[in-house]
Design a protein around this ligand. Structure first.
Ligand SMILES: CC(C)(COP(=O)(O)OP(=O)(O)OC[C@H]1O[C@@H](n2cnc3c(N)ncnc32)[C@H](O)[C@@H]1OP(=O)(O)O)[C@@H](O)C(=O)NCCC(=O)NCCS
Length: 472
């Protein structure tokens, strides 16, 4: 079947899935995409020529097809709504939210292997899906788990680099320092300096991305234990999967917390290409900066309070509400009063709003479902549930907020807090580890598809004014 026929068949199937919203249809759609019995790198090696052909055909036959007009609003509005990036792993629909390679979060929960049947998807499984577009078998996921374990050893100088910082440095600063220190072992940089052919760029990018993903939990756990647990380090448990082992190294062994970590990593892995961290990683990699350099840059964007740091801000804000009233059992009127106080002091309500979404974030919804199942009586969870009713009408009244609904960050903090990970300053590091699983695959595809240096055109204020005057 030709590329365009298969795409049109897939989109017909997909719209049927959306209309009927039935899992049976999803299964039919995805059966064709189930992985063969190859290992991850061999699977990828098989796919690359086909994808290269598809991109080549688009360039040669359809290069002048328009994707939309660029307006002044877009240039002044942070490029909102401007389709300008190729991103394979996922797409965000304003109404429906995220799809990972065409699969919704409930699809992933049903179809991707967990530790046990019916368990939350393993992060290794979403990594496989994002990289290949195929659903891995449990055996493939288990062997990927082992592969990541064999790559997971972190050189000592990484920890020493972190130790050079004051313990009081923000966890994200310590984490990014660790990532920069990991860069010393970049295969891409080494091979490129020895004269690597362009057609092979993706191979050391694969090595670096997989090593980076494999090593991040140990670096991230080191930062946590250094800051909050007197530096008492917990070695990795090789019998555990990626998410389970990360929770274990942080110091959490409650099986429910391990399941939450798997879900957390899965849903935070990717959110199409335009968000600050993903876009930054892609941008920084285009002049052939290696995956470590690109990912460290991405983390610095993630550390902004309007992006990844919002999860920290949410729990801090919820704590401030509880401190104000001396209890998490707060009346609707009191909550309204506090929200107005926040807005009147010129601050945003963290965890609400989104640059693309116009409905409740499905990443919020699946965390809510997890909480309803495991901690329905937790007072902080109940407060978060109440906020979902109280905040949106108030934001709507402002008349300027495009999306008054809760996003992913509105929920994660109370779950982590419930399982004992109470230090909210650390939350963005968890997000960072997860994001590597979305960014890594795209960096590999960027090099496999030979995507060029990113270099959009900018415009001066005078020129913009002149164009507008002429148009008027
Ligand atoms: C996510 C966010 C940065 C998106 O920004 P955006 O695309 O510019 O959003 P909008 O177009 O709806 O913003 C329009 C106005 O509404 C305001 N607004 C948006 N969300 C708001 C919120 N949660 N609380 C108060 N005001 C908000 C914006 O600050 C902006 O105000 P301004 O015109 O005075 O500058 C924004 O919604 C926000 O700051 N949310 C809180 C932080 C957060 O949860 N971030 C995590 C995102 S996953």
């Amino acid at each position: 079947m030709s590329f365009f026929r298969s795409i049109s068949a897939l989109s017909k199937l997909r719209s049927r899935v959306t209309q009927q919203s039935s899992l049976a249809n999803s299964v039919r759609l995805l059966q064709t995409q189930t992985s063969s019995n190859l290992d991850l790198q061999s699977e990828l090696r098989e796919l690359i020529p086909e994808y290269q052909e598809r991109v080549k055909k688009l360039k040669t036959d359809y290069g002048k097809v328009e994707l939309g007009n660029i307006t002044v609003d877009m240039v002044l509005g942070g490029m909102r709504g401007m389709t300008a990036l190729l991103w394979l792993g996922s797409a965000v629909d304003p109404e429906e939210g995220i799809r990972f390679r065409g699969m919704t979060i409930p699809d992933c929960q049903k179809l991707l292997p967990g530790v046990k049947p019916g368990g939350e998807p393993l992060p290794e499984a979403i990594l496989w899906l994002l990289l290949t577009g195929k659903i891995p078998s449990k055996e493939q996921v288990d062997s990927l788990s082992q592969e990541l374990q064999t790559r997971a050893t972190v050189p000592d100088y990484v920890f020493k680099a972190i130790d050079a910082l004051p313990v009081s440095a923000h966890p994200m600063t310590q984490f990014t320092t660790g990532v920069m220190a990991l860069q010393v072992q970049s295969e891409f940089q080494k091979q490129h300096q020895s004269g690597l052919a362009k057609a092979r760029y993706w191979e050391p990018t694969y090595e670096d991305s997989m090593n980076l993903i494999a090593r991040l939990p140990a670096v991230a756990a080191y930062v946590y234990r250094r800051i909050f647990k007197d530096g008492k380090i917990i070695p990795r448990d090789e019998s555990l999967d990626y998410g389970g082992n990360y929770a274990h190294m942080l110091g959490f062994d409650d099986p429910q917390m391990l399941e939450f970590m798997r879900l957390y990593i899965t849903i935070h892995s990717d959110h199409e290409g335009g968000n600050v961290s993903s876009h930054t990683a892609h941008l920084v990699s285009t002049p052939l900066a290696d995956p470590y350099l690109a990912f460290a840059a991405a983390l610095n964007g993630l550390a902004g309070p309007l992006h990844g740091l919002a999860n920290q801000e949410v729990l801090r804000w919820i704590r401030s509400v509880v401190a104000e009233f001396g209890t998490p059992h707060i009346s609707t009127e009191e909550l309204k009063e506090y929200i107005h106080k926040t807005l009147n002091s010129g601050q945003v309500v963290p965890g609400y709003g989104h640059g693309v979404l116009r409905k409740t974030d499905p990443r919020y919804t699946c965390q809510r479902e997890f909480a309803l199942k495991h901690l329905p009586d937790d007072p902080y969870f109940q407060l978060v549930s109440k906020l979902k009713e109280v905040v949106p009408p108030i934001l709507l009244q402002l008349g300027k907020v495009k999306n008054p609904w809760p996003n992913v960050d509105a929920h994660s903090g109370v779950l982590l807090n419930y399982y004992g990970l109470t230090e909210e300053n650390y939350y963005t590091v968890l997000f960072g580890v997860s994001r590597s699983i979305g960014v890594g695959p795209q960096l590999i595809w960027d090099r496999a598809l030979g995507l060029p240096l990113e270099r959009p055109k900018s415009i001066t204020l005078e020129k913009l004014e002149a164009i507008c005057e002429k148009a008027a």
